[in-house]
Design a protein around this ligand. Sequence first.
Ligand code: RB5
Length: 149
Amino acid sequence: MTSAAIAIASDHAGFPLKSDLAEFLRGQGFEVLDLGTDGDASVDYPDFAIEMARTLKDGKAARGVLVCGTGLGISMAANRYPWVRAALCHDVTTARLCREHNDANVIALGGRLLGVEVARDCLQTFLTTEFGGDRHARRVGKMTTPPEL
Ligand code: RB5
């Protein structure tokens, strides 16, 4: 099963930005799967990265948005799963290139680092930029199935 829905998840540090971005997406007509967290009580970011990976694997969403304080931990945790390509983005350039070159299926954002307008611009760019294919497809393939070491 594949879906055009967008999954979104955060820890407590990312919760305010996640809430804003979920509303931003709904306002654009997207179906949003909110995987939590639901407030500012302290939680562990890997738990939400794991839920994102599960949701993508199950085909309940094709794209995802992850937010923690920096975007670092939650993207690292999600990228432990080979079908996840989570890109930590700080600006529209990284958001564009993570799609064009890396075929990122998840954008990771730092809720304690980015203003809402920059984060919305990143997300908009992430959702509207196509993968470049060609040589980039070969490179992405090597990430998806790395050799045994
Ligand atoms: C939580 O304090 C913080 O460590 C987390 O949100 C994230 O920034 C980790 O990478």
